[in-house]
Design a protein around this ligand. Sequence first.
Ligand code: CTP
Length: 401
Amino acid sequence: MLRNKKIILGVCGGIAAYKAVELLRLLTKAGAEVHVIMTRAAEEFIAPLTFQTLSSNPVHTGLFDLIAEMEIGHISLADRADLFIVAPATANVIGKIAAGIADDMLTTTVMATKAPVLFAPAMNVNMYSNPIYKDNEQKLRRLGYLFESPVSGTLACGWEGEGKLAAPEAIFEGAVAALAEKDLAGLTVMITAGPTREEIDPVRYISNHSSGKMGYALARAARSRGAQVILVSGPTALSEPEGVTLIRVTSAIEMQSEVMAHVAACDVVIKAAAVADYRPLIRNSTKIKKNAHSVTIELVKNPDILAGLGAMDYRLKPRPFLVGFAAETDALAENAAKKLNEKKLDMIVANDVTQSDAGFNVDTNRALLFFRDGSSSDCGLMSKDKLAGTILDHVVARLVK
Ligand code: CTP
């Protein structure tokens, strides 16, 4: 995706400037041609030579740097860029750009470019929550500028809270997203992810090993491709994907009610969640004590959310493209084809969860795709991010038909 793309990496003066080095490495490793612009303040934190050596390109600092102006010039740099990343982006630089001030190489080039601009802010927690900063960010977002939000943690200033630069990997993903083809623009995609938890009493529940990674990868990929994404997620340890409407649920019943509340607005529904098939008939309101020698918990069947979507009456609204998942331990193809037919799906992603490199809690998957028209496709072993892209390629190809 980033091969031969021309990316400008703007580095502002903040303690997180050193993390821009790691971001630069990720970008160059992916084949991008990176040109670094540093503000005067950034030079106080890290030497331009570091960026120059790792990017194999001259680093731009002063606006009136004669050599840079003669050889490249800020306007030509701005014109040739496919993407502009500002990481770390300080409150000062974001404020200046929001106000239309262009008084150094970085702000001038951001103002002059027609390429997408991705800000990765990093600052003190109180600066980040300051309404002046919030207004500036909102204004830039409204104008189409992209943001990779900071995360919470211990900040260099000693404060605890939001303001820590997003991980270089997350900013890299943001860059990939910014450059992706927007072939899902105008469409709403609902994705369910993670496990559900069915409570036995206030301290115990029944659940499964789903981590939510596949569903979250799909949500990020769909968002990158321009879709409005509604992510209905069971409990996971994953961070909230940027630009996605995240609806958190716990039980299958809650997931069903959120899915039903939003399905009318959706063009595509992808059910990657590992929904618990059964829930305890009775949820004890107090903790069950271990007085008895053995305990029997009666379970009742949960609604099959996906089958419900397949069976709905779509006379009043268009039927969304329905994608299911099939987690199997045996007879993969047979079971998946059965689920495709019984749940009236357009497509099913089948994976053998007994394999160590597929299914629950790992970053890779091995999937077989089956389609309503009887065709199938073997995706082989790939990362969940790559598989998410492949699944969406098939959805797009079939939606267009
Ligand atoms: N699914 C659902 N609601 C349920 C159970 C499953 O919407 N109560 C969806 C899953 O999100 C997935 C698909 O149905 O997209 C298949 O789920 P899976 O667990 O593989 O199969 P089940 O239908 O539950 O059948 P079984 O457990 O017998 O294999």
